[in-house]
Write a protein that binds this ligand. Structure first.
Ligand code: NAD
Length: 421
């Protein structure tokens, strides 16, 4: 078998800029500018562990672009987080906020750690010290973090508290994805997964001519994005035939009971812990190659590569995760007629409701769940319609269309602002 080479997500992201730039008549200097990040901070910091040891952690916060507004992007806790990954993720955030046309730039942060092997107290200590180290970079007017892989509303609460302690007053707008009791928004928790299903429905109807009713869906990852998307697919009448986590997946060609899988995950921290006759075990690799209508990679980057793209049988891929498909895989999927709804639109529901949360915090008011849900659906549908329009106009795939739209908006904003001094 061909030896697997680690794919650098930054190479993927920069190549995407080149692909889109060919279709845009842009100042080459400004194109070079958006291939680089604006500001990067690496921090090494000590944390007191439960057994009395002091462990040194490494963390990053990177702002890719702030031309259209404050930087915005999640914080990831994972052993493999590195500078290039955070750079790529921050760049995708810039295009994403531009695609759905909300007034933010792009950022991302991360700490190299394995939170699964740490106690709650250790995760809290690490979070507080990390935020103290990057506090000069963040703030409600400059850079607003949010949850990402292995971070959650509790971590956001610690971030808000640490920043507020430094300032001497409460600053709820410094972070989104907070618990409701601290100024979090109704609908934020569900937003990314719900948005995935809204655009999946639009693409199925408008491009491939099928509805979600009875459609077979396979979902890789059952966290905030994958788990919730699976629930919304089921509610829309689709059959979720496979779901996985990092250890592997469960499969039933007649459709799984999604709630039962998620209960298993919540109870045993792994969906495979309780095997029942209602499902078979499946590997993550097998899940991606299942016969299905819609495949939703909702775990991590670089899952669909030139190696498995020729074997994918889904009619459509809706990218819940950031960067799950490499450039080479994109070419193969396009040639095979498989529709890819790209991450920078498909998972933009999270940042969209984060924007609503930030607006509510700044204005000190609270929108109802219905208002949030209606506005989210409207923005996701508008984003999809705009991308489909560009794709048909320029005869390009949906990813290239999304990049044309997003990069075009950022570079246009740069031109209007001009170069200082
Ligand atoms: P999460 O930590 O809640 O869940 C991640 C899931 O992926 C878990 O089920 C985990 O077991 C699984 N996983 C981890 N490593 C894996 C591997 N090697 N193979 C297969 N599965 C693996 O994270 P999340 O918030 O759901 O984020 C998932 C993806 O969606 C990431 O790419 C993230 O950047 C992106 N995203 C998240 C949000 C959000 O609002 N949370 C918004 C936009 C994009």
């Amino acid at each position: 078998m061909e030896k697997e080479k680690k794919i650098n997500s930054l190479d993927v992201a920069v190549k995407q800029v080149d692909i889109a730039a060919k279709h845009l008549n842009l100042n080459p200097g400004l194109v070079e500018k958006v291939k680089q990040t604006k500001r990067e901070l690496t921090v090494h910091f000590p944390v007191k562990m439960d057994d009395g040891r002091i462990e040194i952690f490494t963390g990053f916060r990177i702002q890719h672009n702030t031309t259209r507004g404050p930087a915005k992007g999640g914080i990831r806790y994972h052993p493999d987080v590195d500078l290039d990954e955070v750079r790529a993720l921050s760049m995708w955030m810039t295009w994403k906020t531009a695609v759905v046309n909300i007034p933010f730039g792009g950022a991302k942060g991360g700490v190299q750690c394995d939170p699964g092997a740490m106690s709650r107290q250790e995760v809290e200590n690490m979070t507080r010290r990390y935020i103290w180290e990057i506090a000069m970079m963040i703030g409600p007017d400059r850079d607003i973090p949010a949850p990402d892989v292995n971070t959650n509303p509790q971590v956001m609460a610690w971030i808000m508290d640490t920043y507020s302690m430094l300032k001497g007053y409460s600053v709820p707008g410094v972070v989104t994805g907070k618990p409701l009791e601290l100024g979090g928004s109704l609908g934020r928790h569900e937003a990314t997964g719900k948005g995935v299903v809204v655009v999946a429905q639009e693409a199925a109807n408008q491009i491939l001519g099928f509805s979600l009713e009875g459609a077979k869906v396979a979902v890789q990852g059952c966290g905030n994005v994958g788990g919730i998307a699976a629930q919304y697919f089921e509610r829309a009448g689709a059959k979720v035939i496979a779901i996985s986590d990092m250890y592997g997946g469960v499969f039933n060609p007649k459709g799984l009971d999604v709630q039962r899988v998620l209960d298993c995950r919540n109870q045993y921290a792994c969906i495979l812990d309780r095997k029942t006759p209602n499902w078979d075990e499946i590997s993550n690799r097998e899940l991606l190659e299942l016969e299905c209508d819609i495949l939703v990679p909702a775990a991590i980057e670089n899952q669909i590569t030139h190696q498995n793209a020729p074997k994918i049988k889904a009619k459509m891929i809706v990218e819940g995760a950031n960067g799950p498909t490499t450039n080479e895989a994109d070419d193969i999927l396009r040639d095979r007629g498989i529709v890819v709804v790209p991450d920078i639109l498909a998972n933009a529901g999270g940042v969209t409701v984060s924007y609503f949360e930030w607006v509510q915090n700044l204005q000190e008011l609270l929108w109802t769940e219905e208002e949030i849900s209606d506005r989210l659906t409207r923005i996701m549908k508008r984003g999809f319609a705009e991308i489909l329009g560009v794709s048909r106009r320029d005869k390009v795939d949906l990813r290239t269309a999304a990049l044309i739209l997003g990069i075009g908006r950022v570079v246009k904003a740069s031109e209007l602002r001009g170069i200082y001094p």
